[in-house]
Design a binder for this molecule. Structure first.
Ligand code: SAM
Length: 219
């Protein structure tokens, strides 16, 4: 059986592999099964869209590997209705998966600093009907005050430390997933308790492009 986007069998195989290797939940598996990753990658990489590695999306940036998207979604514990901030939206693929998980009553605000990538992501997301994703061009290390506060924040570029504006824009009881470091990077899950205190847990080593901006690395 095919769906309207095509390549459903390849998507099924990708999700089955992720389930076997990472034991991902049915909710995340269903969301990833719905999103046609091949429409988020440049045409020359389309044939590799369902392999489990990052791919170039232009301007020296990458779409994250499917296993990283799955892991971050699990760590975020996304619920229907959540208001979510993504810093480093890139192709828009990860935002689409999160949009599936938060549903029509939820919202994803995706901030991308490179206008060309943001424009392409917005076009893809609109064509696929992801009306609950807002695409913003800007420095996501400053968050996005306009739509704050957020139930969940995730950063898909490695920061030198946790940017203070992101802490401020996270709701009490909220969660943030963020890679920290330069040559050596660790993924952290940061929880803000009801008194505003932060609890940080290290998940493990990762490899992301750098977060470039006021509260990121400056080049
Ligand atoms: N999640 C993306 C996807 O699904 O395609 C992949 C993101 S890619 C690994 C990281 C992205 O972060 C790049 O597109 C890069 O331009 C962006 N980025 C880096 N620093 C940023 C900043 N300060 N604000 C917003 N985006 C930033």
């Amino acid at each position: 059986m095919e769906d309207k986007f095509g390549r459903l069998e390849e998507r099924k195989r990708m999700v089955e592999r992720l389930k076997e290797e990472l034991n991902i939940s049915d909710r995340v598996a269903r969301a990833m099964l719905k999103v046609p990753r091949h429409l988020f990658v440049p045409p020359q990489y389309s044939s590799e869209a369902y392999f489990d590695y990052p791919l170039p999306i232009g301007r020296g940036q990458t779409i994250s590997a499917p296993h990283m998207v799955a892991i971050m979604c699990e760590l975020l514990d996304l619920k229907p209705g959540h208001n979510v901030l993504e810093v480093g939206g890139g192709s828009g693929y990860h935002a689409a998966v999160v949009a599936e998980l938060v549903g029509k009553d939820g919202r994803v605000v995706m901030v991308e600093r490179i206008p060309e990538l943001a424009e392409r992501a917005e076009k893809t997301l609109r064509e696929l009907g992801y009306d609950n994703v807002i695409v913003v061009v800007g420095d996501g290390s400053e968050g996005c005050e306009e739509f704050a506060p957020y139930d969940r924040i995730y950063v898909t570029a490695a920061a030198p430390s946790i940017p203070e504006p992101l802490v401020e824009q996270l709701k009490p009881g909220g969660k943030m997933v963020i890679p920290i470091g330069d040559a050596i990077q660790e993924l952290y899950v940061v929880e803000k308790d009801w008194s505003g205190e932060l609890r940080k847990k290290r998940w493990g080593s990762v490899r992301f492009v750098p977060l470039v901006g006021k509260h990121g690395f400056r080049f």
